[in-house]
Design a binder for this molecule. Structure first.
Ligand code: ATP
Ligand code: MG
Length: 455
């Protein structure tokens, strides 16, 4: 085996590899992010190895029963696509203190109650500190094992010896391998550690959860390649000042993405929120202008949210605009549509848009909600509180069809809404639904007529 020592430079933002130092990364354009890391490459005599490798056909692969393990936290199971897949590597990212360790410890508790052997490896907290959290959460079974360790080579040996079914690594940024000389948390350490865990997961059929820290931009710290290496990427997000948390699947090799799970952080741990719409709409003001309920699909679930707008005369040459919980540029675009197509003097107004509850919504179906909230605030016309709306708004002011209209309407009906403003095209494709008045609109003018006449 020949060994070749070399040193390479990695961009700490995106993982771009370069033979020499550069001021700006050509991949992500970040400045001054290149750090030198020493690599020890081993070149192997591959020809000898090839003799032991066999190819196979799909038919020859035997499926085992019970490939998925239920965590008994239904919101987590849903985001995972129906449970933990055996031998999968799941990355859980999130802001500091959002509750990643709490969620995974609760998951471990449920699994240990099912007599699954679980190993929780912490590189951040001592055993006593884990015990404090565990006390907060509740009773644990006796098949949960804890280990405080950051050396990956030792961890690998422990896993081989103990043969657990599920392993939790908290967090990947604290793990280091002695074969890599750079500091824990650096690009090559994180990549090496994930690669090793990947081999353990696939080779020994162990499901592994990895906790990953996020940078201030909100992506998992370390290279982007980390997301490519793992099977599933979950982000745990939430408003710092609100008690609820959202678990979002952004990549899933074994299930649908964009699925969300909603939790509430309480003193005794995370609780599932089974009715997110009810939760999001609590505290909605009555008879206030600039407030409307819109419906967005999050994965397979429709979620109703209150869209709030405040439009007021601007005292400056350049009006102020902010958008909390939705895309700022989209709001600007919709305001331009209102100005051009309806002649509303939006350019002289400050506008603030907020999706109440702090949830982030980026589905185009909430466009109509944003438009109606803006117009309602501009004209000081309150919208009937039992009205909901959804629809994508195009640049010529047309209201375009959205997917799964029926499911959205049924959810609105279930929550006691009596009127729904939706795209005309979607209405024509629907079977009749009793108990809720449906208004199909072709363009924003029609939609505004609906709210003005309704009051
Ligand atoms: N007694 C308590 N009552 C209510 N909430 C609590 C209590 N103790 C902790 N918390 C919540 O739990 C959060 C910490 O959870 P946890 O340690 O799981 O976060 P984490 O994402 O693992 O953080 P880190 O990134 O530091 O590892 C706190 O920010 C707080 O919101
Ligand atoms: Mg933690």
């Amino acid at each position: 085996m020949a060994k070749a020592k070399s040193s390479v430079f990695f961009c700490q933002e995106c993982g771009y590899e370069s033979a020499k130092w550069m001021g700006q990364c050509p991949a992500c354009h970040a400045w001054n992010t290149f750090v030198e890391e020493k690599l020890e490459k081993t070149t192997q005599a591959v020809k000898k190895l090839v003799k032991d490798v066999n190819v196979t056909t799909l038919d020859a692969i035997k499926m085992q029963e019970g490939q998925r393990i239920k965590t008994e936290i239904s919101e987590l199971d849903r985001v995972l696509g129906g449970g933990i897949v055996k031998g999968s590597l799941v990355l859980v990212g999130g802001d500091p203190g959002i509750g990643k360790s709490t969620l995974l410890l609760q998951c471990c508790r449920n699994l240990s109650e099912q007599k699954k052997k679980v190993l929780y490896i912490s590189g951040e907290e001592s055993l006593q500190q884990i015990k404090i959290r565990a006390k907060r959460i509740g009773e644990f079974g006796d098949s949960l094992f804890l280990l405080c360790e950051t050396n990956l080579d030792i961890i690998q040996e422990v896993i081989k010896k103990e043969k657990p079914e599920i392993v939790v690594i908290d967090s990947i940024q604290t793990m280091y391998s002695e074969s890599v000389t750079s500091a824990p948390g650096s690009v090559s350490q994180v990549r090496e550690a994930t690669g090793t865990l990947m081999q353990i997961a696939k080779g020994m059929e162990i499901s592994i959860f990895i906790v990953g820290h996020v940078t201030k931009e909100g992506v998992v710290a370390g290279p982007r390649v980390l997301e490519h290496m793992v099977d599933t990427v979950l982000y745990f997000e939430g408003d710092r000042h609100a008690s609820y948390r959202i678990l979002r699947g952004v990549k899933n090799r074994f299930g649908s993405t964009n699925e969300i799970g909603v939790f509430e952080m309480r003193e005794d741990g995370l609780h599932e929120v089974e009715n997110p719409s009810e939760y999001m709409l609590s505290g909605k003001p009555k008879d206030a202008s600039g407030s409307v309920v819109a419906c967005s699909m999050e994965g397979t679930r429709p979620i109703l949210v209150e869209v709030q707008a405040l439009v007021c005369h601007s005292n400056f040459g350049i009006p102020r605009r902010t958008a909390a919980g939705t895309d700022f540029n989209r709001v600007n675009l919709l305001m331009a549509v209102l100005e051009k197509r309806l002649g509303l003097q939006m350019s002289a107004c400050d506008a603030y848009i907020n999706i109440a509850g702090g949830i982030k919504m980026n589905e185009p179906a909430i466009d109509l909600g944003i438009v109606l909230a803006l117009v309602s605030s501009y004209k000081e016309v309150p919208i009937d509180e039992k009205t909901i709306c959804f629809g994508e708004v195009g640049l010529s002011g047309e209201v375009r069809a959205v997917s799964v209209a029926e499911q959205r309407i049924l959810e609105a009906k279930r929550l006691g809404f009596t009127r729904c403003i939706l795209p005309k095209v979607s209405l024509q494709a629907l079977k009749s639904i009793d108990g809720i008045h449906l208004d199909g609109v072709e363009n924003v003018q029609d939609a505004i007529q609906c709210i003005c006449n309704g009051n």
